[in-house]
Design a protein around this ligand. Structure first.
Ligand code: ATP
Length: 592
């Protein structure tokens, strides 16, 4: 496919707001694409070059793109900036300058050629690389036609703004095959096992749906993390799940570790930016599919010494540990480890404990379908009790309500969040919120004054401040939740104007600046009376506590939070993990 034809598709997608119509356009695009380009088309349409967990970054900040656009169309950087201030979108600025410049347009470049050029720009490293990146980008823009220029400029900025995510691509694949969503579940199940959307698109296109049915876990490709449901009481848990394993709920960072003593050959080795050793292979992924390998060098080191396997995929929670007090560190402290700078220094100051609670793959064997009881036996052979860093999560196994409750209370007394209760006979349930894992926070709901759980919300926009907060430039913000598990659409649930510290207001303002857009994102449903002064893309996640939930005529969720307050920013979460309307309704019912 020529890139210019691909750009036409992007323009159609941009101009479309109906989810169904977007799905149909994507299906048509995937149908037209050839087998050797369909994965790249998938990544590019998401504004990426590879799955996010591969960590391929352009490192071309806005101001460098001003320069590249200037160089490409013989405009000064100042001129580009001025236009940008007026128009508010660098892609459109570049498109205009290209039109004015009426330079040559090469309409013959294929998607693959443009992709390779973009990849070369991303891969530039070492001294003088910034200049080379700018020059190569300027050259590429010089070649392309006007419409292509608009989209190619937006890709390094991460602002393609087409308003869909992986989830819609899953629908589109079903649509491509059958003209409806009937095959979505099979496709989603495969994506949950190998969360590389481009590869799933390629497999469906090249090998058909059957190839997905026996897709196995693969080292290096994250499995979607198993997630917890909520049930209000210990009684209900035992009734619903029977015999259960009960484990402490650690408040750290979810980590999936992929480890092999052998080197893994990847099709495109250059994409793997994080190799520590020439021997072997190690990756850690968050629940959000972020590649955190470079942030945890001590875990990489411990893996070699402490894991009894040739190759393995482990699931667990990493948490900072205070050597002096012998206590776990609060979440915020643990997370400092994620800052990319001074990693080795922080590693010394805040040693990690990695509590492993599951094993998904060992020595060539996919373990997802085995019952937890058998996976646990394998895990116990993989992780020795003598280990210092990679530890096996303690657990009890019971079918007695009282035993479950007592264990829960003990964990709370130790300062832990509560417990996670897991069905002993269940397979690993990737990505789903089925009733195989349930979190137990019953004691909190019994105390009253507060919902049984917090909500994970998306910041949809903000209102400029009045009075004291005018100084911060932000006085309130609008938050939303997801319309449904399979949906990219966000509904509003609260406008929050209090309950933040000065520092949190400043942080929110700074984050909002990175993601502000000039018009309402397509995937939002917002009542006219609640429209914020500044819209933000669905990128900033916040955890919100509230006293209760009420019915609301103005919030599009149909529900509103009473006395909402910000618990913390959730930098590790993606909007696709926001609380869903079904979950919010459940919290609403549970409070009665
Ligand atoms: P997170 O902080 O990871 O986003 P959360 O508390 O918002 O978690 P919940 O659905 O409440 O999300 O709980 C699930 C999370 O609890 C898991 O993603 C995992 O990070 C954490 N967790 C801690 N201990 C365990 C455990 N023993 N088994 C499973 N999950 C655990």
């Amino acid at each position: 496919m020529k890139f210019t034809n691909f750009a036409d598709y992007l323009a159609r997608l941009e101009a479309t707001s109906s989810r169904l119509a977007i799905t149909e356009i994507l299906a048509e695009l995937f149908k037209k694409a050839s087998a050797d380009e369909v994965d790249k088309i998938c990544y590019l349409s998401l504004g990426q070059l590879a799955p996010l967990y591969e960590g391929v970054e352009f490192n071309l900040a806005e101001k460098l793109l001003f320069r590249a656009v200037g160089q490409a169309f013989k405009a000064s950087e100042e001129e580009v900036k001025r236009e940008y201030k007026k128009i508010g979108d660098l892609g459109e600025v570049a498109q205009r300058l290209k039109t004015l410049n009426s330079g040559k347009e090469n309409r013959d470049l294929s998607v693959n050629q443009v992709y390779e050029m973009l990849l070369a720009i991303a891969e530039e490293g070492g001294s003088g690389s910034v200049e080379r990146k700018v020059r190569k980008m300027a050259e590429l823009l010089g070649f392309l036609d006007k419409l292509s220029v608009k989209y190619v400029v937006r890709i390094p900025l991460g602002r393609l703004r087409l308003g869909f995510s992986d989830l819609t691509i899953l629908d589109a694949l079903s649509w491509m095959l059958k003209g409806d969503k009937s095959q979505r579940n099979i496709i989603e199940e495969a994506f949950n096992v190998q969360a590389d959307i481009g590869n799933i698109v390629r497999l469906v296109k090249v090998k058909g749906l059957d190839s997905l049915k026996d897709l196995r876990v693969r080292l290096g490709v994250p499995v979607m993390s198993g997630l917890c449901q909520r049930l209000p009481t210990a009684d209900e848990m035992i009734t619903k799940m029977g015999k259960v394993a009960v484990e402490p709920k650690y408040d750290g960072t979810r980590l999936q570790m992929h480890f092999s003593r052998k080197k893994i050959e990847k099709e495109k080795e250059s994409l793997m930016l994080f190799d520590f050793k020439t021997e072997g292979f190690i990756r850690t992924f968050t629940r959000n599919l972020e590649n955190t390998t470079p942030m945890f060098p001590d875990l990489a080191k411990a893996a070699w010494q402490e894991i009894n396997a040739q190759e393995v995929i482990l699931d667990g929670e990493a948490i900072g540990f205070d050597l002096k007090t012998g206590k776990f560190l609060p979440f915020q402290e643990t997370i400092k480890r994620k800052r990319k700078h001074d990693v080795s220094l922080t590693a010394q100051k805040i040693p990690l404990r990695y509590y492993v609670f599951d094993v998904l793959f060992k020595d060539g064997r996919d373990l997802l379908k085995l019952p937890l009881s058998e996976r646990r036996t394998i895990l116990e052979k993989t992780i020795s009790p003598k280990n210092r860093t990679i530890l096996i999560s303690p657990q009890i196994v019971t079918d007695q309500v009282d035993v479950l409750r007592t264990y829960h209370d003990e964990q709370k007394q130790k300062g832990l969040e509560g417990v996670v209760v897991k069905k002993w006979s269940a397979p690993y349930d990737p990505g789903r919120r089925g009733f195989t894992w349930v979190k137990f926070k019953e004691e909190e709901s019994k105390k009253g004054g507060g919902l049984a759980d917090t909500l994970e919300c998306v910041v949809m926009g903000y209102y400029r401040g009045k009075g004291k907060r005018a100084g911060f430039g932000i006085g309130a913000f609008l938050v939303g939740i997801r319309e449904a598990e399979n949906s990219d659409t966000f509904l509003t649930i609260s406008k929050i104007g209090t309950g933040l510290t000065d520092e949190q207001w400043r942080e929110l303002k700074a984050k909002s600046e990175n993601f502000k857009v000039k018009s309402e994102p397509k995937q939002y449903k917002v009542n006219k009376n609640l429209e914020p002064d500044v819209w933000c893309e669905p990128k900033i996640m916040v955890e919100i506590q509230a006293d209760n939930i009420t019915v609301s005529p103005i919030h599009t969720a149909g529900l509103a939070l009473r006395f909402p307050r910000l618990v913390r920013f959730r930098d590790l979460k993606a909007a696709s993990q926001a609380t869903t309307l079904t979950e919010a309704k459940k919290l609403f019912r549970m409070q009665k």
